[in-house]
Design a protein. Structure first.
Length: 286
């Protein structure tokens, strides 16, 4: 794992967790409340949370958060591939694979300055076979959602969008992933309609705005819709760890949004920063 310097990396950890409201969500849906970074290792992050302490492999953390933590996913996957090839070669030479489970992910570990330094714990580094299935299952599950879809026409070859145009999250993500300047020229400050499947909803503590995260074929590029809950609901909250948004008026409760639901919003294209495609001033459409 390559760090940009311990102090910079730890600052990124704090900033990333703060952006998530001190909650850390893994790719399999687990949520660690009030998460605080405790230790950074070659291939894992130790966090203290409201229920205790947890050790998370970086393959369990969304790509956007990995990047914020300074983790180079592409380099890690290359290392894993090399290790698996070495393990296969050693397996073919008798029982060597049993006595030698393979090299660790990386040997030098970054220094952790106070106040984040904690007493070291003797935890063995996992061998590549333990991490590779986790990475493969994530990639397989992610790819199956978008299997069979053809890449859209490049944004540079398309006109700017208009209010009557409907763009899928698949198209939006591909354009910003392949050619961010052309995508910004096509969508930036333009009003258009976007359709996609809700992954989760984040509620603001101080305003009536919620952030709707759409499912994406690439976690490094994530469309996020900013939507204001209607004033007719005097209260609203999320349930099931952000998978359901419920509006309340007196004793009447109404389900407003739910993960897995396909939605259409009229939005105004915002900036593309830190892998997030901001979609502002959203109004829901049938």
């Amino acid at each position: 794992m390559k760090f940009r310097g311990s102090l910079v990396c730890l600052s990124a950890v704090v900033a990333a967790l703060t952006a998530l409201g001190s909650d850390l969500r893994t790719l399999d849906g687990r949520v660690f409340r009030e998460a605080e970074p405790r230790k950074l290792d070659d291939d894992r992050l130790t966090v203290k949370h409201s229920g205790g302490e947890a050790v998370l492999f970086f393959y369990e953390i969304p790509e956007v958060d990995r990047r914020a933590l300074g983790y180079d996913t592409d380099a890690a996957l290359k290392r894993l591939l090399q290790q698996v090839q070495e393990l296969r070669r050693s397996k073919g030479s008798g029982n060597e694979a049993v006595s030698n489970p393979g090299p660790k992910m990386l040997t030098p570990k970054p220094a952790i300055p106070a106040p984040f330094a904690v007493a070291p714990t003797p935890t063995p580094a996992p061998a590549a076979p333990r991490l590779l299935p986790a990475a493969a299952s994530i990639d397989t599950g992610r790819a199956s959602l978008w299997n069979g879809l053809q890449p859209p026409k490049p944004a540079s070859e398309l006109p700017v969008v208009g209010s009557e145009d409907t763009v899928t999250s698949w198209e939006l993500v591909n354009h910003f992933r392949s050619d961010p300047p052309a995508a910004a020229a096509r969508y930036g400050r333009r009003t258009f309609r976007v359709t996609g499947v809700i992954e989760r909803i984040d509620k603001s503590l101080a305003t009536r705005l919620v952030r709707i995260f759409l499912e994406t074929p690439d976690p490094a590029v994530r469309p996020v819709i900013e939507w204001r809950v209607d004033d007719r609901y005097n209260a609203f909250h999320t349930q099931r760890d952000g998978r359901t948004l419920v509006g309340q008026n007196g004793r009447t409760r109404t389900k407003l949004l739910e993960a897995g639901e396909t939605v259409v919003f009229e939005v105004k294209g915002g900036p593309f920063e830190d892998g997030v495609v901001e979609l502002k001033q959203a109004r829901r459409r049938p």
